[in-house]
Ligand binder design. Structure first.
Ligand SMILES: [Zn+2]
Length: 492
């Protein structure tokens, strides 16, 4: 298991405001957390800040907690079903902070109190005042803490403090010079370490995956259970006729293309032949730092819309709709891009997810012409052209750059809408709805309610593809292609 911490930007600001004092002294603070559990990573999501009352702490150069404060905070955490966080600041320090002997003694002493009362491990956190860097460790016993790998602050700007010992700074390679000169070594060192998941390996997802690999990211995952078909070849740039003839899975095609465009010294490809609408897919997604939503169905998009808030994983979403006149000529095209993070409205609030359609999608009714005709709806438009799908991936990647490199000191913008006929770019005025259940569930982690459910349909698709016998000539071609790929990556 790996460990990390995430917090919404608002919560981080409240903690920072308290811990960084005008008089330059250290300070202490208590907070609560819930867990978000993936397959390989467990993340503590900071829930609420418990400010000290008069006499709850001593500030005298080295600040300290009173046991009264720790007890009060532990009881508040238990009442809410949360765990306890004890924080302190190192005003003159920068970067990931390790523990002084005194910090160690304090946290290991309160570990037992926290665990006895909350039944959860104590989380210790330090703020380095010089560059507002956070660090964190879990106390599973009182002897040795287990260090987190990163602490993420999630708002329209994603800011990550990395524990360099657990996730090393990747070496910049010669082929990354232009990238590094665009946003500097510091940004590159952070961006390259993000684990990014692309959900949907179609035209947009495939393009994004390759560009992330070329940017120098060290871990990229792709999630899709479908295979390449001949009908996809006009849009999936890089997929070949052989891929379609073999019925190769989209994640295998993405993996091959990412491998040939990756610039990182060591590049980890993660293939998920699964569905985000299944709990298996959700658990896999919880291991990532940023997710691209490249799916157009209401059900998978509803799952991702929820995860962005409940588990504080920014989801970059968008899509395209092309519109024709009755005689088939083109009327217009609209593509959108938006990032789902605390501080920006969710898909439902900006009208990009119709909650009533989630159930219809689950029941397969959106594909059923009889049902569609009976309701007087129109079949969802299926048009897309290669010339425009690049605009969608470009719009989503630009959101990624704003989220992670903060050009001009800014993060992601309000939801964007590009209108093709007039070539205008509109910023949506939509804000969070008063009763938005998605955004209300921010940082609920493992207590989330999800619309994901165990299903056999995608499992059948994956299984049948695995056992299907391909004609002999195709198998030979596939083997030759594989040998060539391996030879290239070994020799060059
Ligand atoms: Zn909302």
């Amino acid at each position: 298991m790996r460990y990390s911490v995430a917090m919404a930007g608002e919560v981080e600001a409240a903690m920072r405001d308290h811990l960084i004092r005008e008089d330059g002294q250290e300070d202490v603070l208590a907070a609560t957390y819930v867990l978000s559990t993936g397959v390989e990573r467990r993340t503590a999501l900071i829930r609420s800040v418990i400010l000290p009352n008069e006499g709850d702490r001593h500030v005298h150069g080295n600040a300290s907690f009173t046991s009264g404060y720790v007890l009060r905070a532990s009881n508040e955490a238990r009442a809410a079903g949360h765990g306890l966080v004890l924080l302190h600041s190192h005003p003159a320090s920068r970067g990931w902070q390790f523990l002084s002997d005194m910090d160690w003694d304090t946290e290991s002493e309160y570990e037992r109190v926290a665990r006895a009362i909350t039944k959860m491990p104590l989380l210790g956190m330090t703020l380095g005042g010089r560059d507002t860097s956070w660090s964190a460790r879990f106390w599973f016993d009182r002897k040795v803490p287990t260090w987190a790998e990163s602490v993420r602050s999630v708002s329209p700007k994603l800011s990550v403090t990395w524990n360099d010992e657990l996730r090393r700074i990747p070496v910049n390679t010669r082929s990354q010079q232009r990238t590094v000169s665009s946003w500097g070594e510091r940004s590159q060192a952070s961006i390259a370490r993000l684990r990014v998941l692309v959900v949907g390996g179609g035209s947009v997802g495939l393009d994004i995956a390759q560009r992330l690999a070329a940017t120098g990211l060290t871990t990229v995952g792709v999630m899709d259970y479908d295979a390449v078909e001949a009908v996809n070849l006009d849009r999936m740039i890089g997929a070949t006729r052989l891929d379609a003839a073999l019925g190769r899975s989209k994640v295998d095609v993405a993996a091959r293309l990412m491998r040939s465009s990756a610039t990182a010294e060591s590049f980890e490809i993660r293939r998920h032949e699964t569905s985000i609408t299944d709990p298996v897919g959700v658990s896999a997604a919880l291991d990532y730092d940023v997710i691209f939503s490249c799916v157009d169905r209401p059900w998978p998009r509803a799952v991702l819309n929820a995860l962005a808030y409940t588990d504080l994983i920014p989801v970059i979403d968008g899509g395209i709709a092309l519109d024709t006149f009755a005689d088939g000529r083109m009327r217009n095209g609209i593509w959108r891009a938006h990032t789902l993070v605390p501080g920006r409205p969710c898909m439902a609030c900006i009208g990009q997810l119709v909650v009533g359609e989630i159930q219809l999608d689950k029941q397969g009714l959106l594909d059923d012409p009889v049902y569609i005709a009976g309701t007087g709806r129109e079949l969802p438009s299926r048009q897309n052209v290669a010339a425009l799908s690049a605009s969608v991936s470009a719009a989503l990647l630009a959101q990624f750059v704003s989220l992670t490199a903060h050009p001009g000191g800014r993060g992601v913008p309000a939801p964007l809408r590009h209108v093709l006929s007039t070539h205008t770019l509109e910023h949506s005025p939509a804000t969070t709805g008063l009763y938005c259940a998605y955004e209300k569930a921010t940082a609920s982690g493992d207590t989330r309610t999800t619309v994901a459910e165990h299903r056999d349909d995608w499992r059948t698709v994956v299984h049948e593809r695995a056992i299907r016998k391909r004609p002999f000539p195709l198998r030979v071609l596939s083997a030759l292609e594989d040998i060539l790929q391996r030879a290239i990556s070994r020799i060059l």
